[in-house]
Design a protein around this ligand. Structure first.
Ligand code: PBG
Length: 333
């Protein structure tokens, strides 16, 4: 055949392929989510093989391991004791709570690791919602924001580098920015869960923290988070959320989940000059783990291909439970 264009010419050898490769992964792209609990043991999480609830004592070892592999940021999630959960989730701004203690300890022992936090009430709230539920069963916006601001300031005081509001209340990025600035934390950044969808992919995470929405007492409790997390059918709405977050002072914007929402990552990349993060959430992680355990897919190849897809879509950063494995694989391990 007389073909002028033969794209296979540049695929012929590893050297040629490496020259024209458009995207790459690096351990510094990863943000590693870690679960912490009050107990002294390290508890494997059933629905997330390979992930654990760490004791405070064991947590720093895992953070150091991640740092040694080249990971430069972690995000902490607390499994709060049932006895500390209340209707208003007030434990979230206890300066002696699990998260502030974990932050202080990590900053002492692995000071160069950046720490991101999650701001929302669901791990602290007896009904599992990200905000306060009114007597008639409505997740209240403005009342919730007052608590989120206190939570953010307590996390900043403990030494957090990046505050991550995951609650999806309207106006929370601006309010948290103001609260941080007023408290003297103008240097602490906000990584906003900008386009967070109401997704079934969070199932294993809610099992890890025992934080799924549930009845608690007499109030009617919404069974899902559809009145604040975004409808999976919507794409344009993500642009609106992004515009608001930028105006309100977000430093980094996140899309969550990642894999089923690559189009949203791409759209935000085109709309904004801010760094974009993708959250490769618990359900995405567990699906890969389950198939790999059965020998149906090759875990390493599938994980690296998946993580690369976030970069290709336009993400700069990837929150992923695979962070340490992937970092080790990239090192040739
Ligand atoms: C809490 C929060 C959730 C996740 C991160 N922060 C769960 C939820 O919104 O119900 C999910 C993360 C994952 O599934 O990996 N607001």
């Amino acid at each position: 055949m007389e073909l002028t264009y033969r794209p296979r010419r540049l695929r012929r050898t590893p050297a040629l392929r490496s020259m024209v490769r458009e995207h790459s992964l690096s351990a510094a792209d990863f943000i590693y989510p870690l679960f912490v609990h009050e107990g002294d043991d390290v508890q494997p999480i059933g629905a997330m093989p390979g992930a654990s609830r760490w004791s405070l004592a064991a947590l720093t070892g895992e953070v150091q391991r991640a740092f040694d592999l080249g990971v430069r940021c972690i995000v902490l999630f607390p499994k709060v004791s049932e006895s500390l959960k209340t209707e208003d989730g007030a434990e979230c701004f206890n300066p002696e709570g699990l998260i502030p203690r974990a932050i202080r300890q990590i900053k002492q022992l692995v000071p160069e690791m950046a720490i991101m936090t999650d701001v929302a009430l669901d791990p602290y709230n007896c009904d599992g919602h990200d905000g306060i539920v009114s007597e008639d069963g409505v997740v209240m916006n403005d009342e919730t924001i007052a608590l989120l601001c206190r939570q953010a300031v307590v996390q900043a005081e403990a030494g957090a580098d990046l505050i991550g509001p995951s609650d999806m209340m309207d106006g929370r990025v601006g309010a948290i920015r103001e609260a941080l600035d007023d408290a003297g934390f103008e240097h602490v950044g906000i990584i906003s869960y900008t386009a967070k969808y109401s997704s079934a992919y969070y199932g294993p995470f809610r099992e890890a923290l025992d934080s799924a929405p549930r009845e608690a007492g007499k109030k009617p409790i919404p069974k899902n988070k559809d009145t604040y997390q975004m409808d999976p059918a919507n794409a344009r709405e993500a642009i609106t959320e992004a515009q608001l977050d930028e105006q309100e002072g977000a430093d980094i914007m996140m899309v969550k989940p990642g894999l089923a929402y690559l189009d949203i990552i791409h759209r935000l990349r085109e709309e904004s000059e801010l760094p974009i993060a993708a959250y490769n959430v618990s359900g995405e992680y567990s699906m890969v783990k389950a198939a790999a355990e059965r020998g149906w897919i090759d875990e390493k190849s599938v994980v690296l291909e998946t993580l690369l897809s976030f970069k290709r879509a336009g993400a700069d950063l990837i929150l992923t439970y695979h962070a340490c494995d992937a970092a080790a694989w990239l090192k040739g391990g």
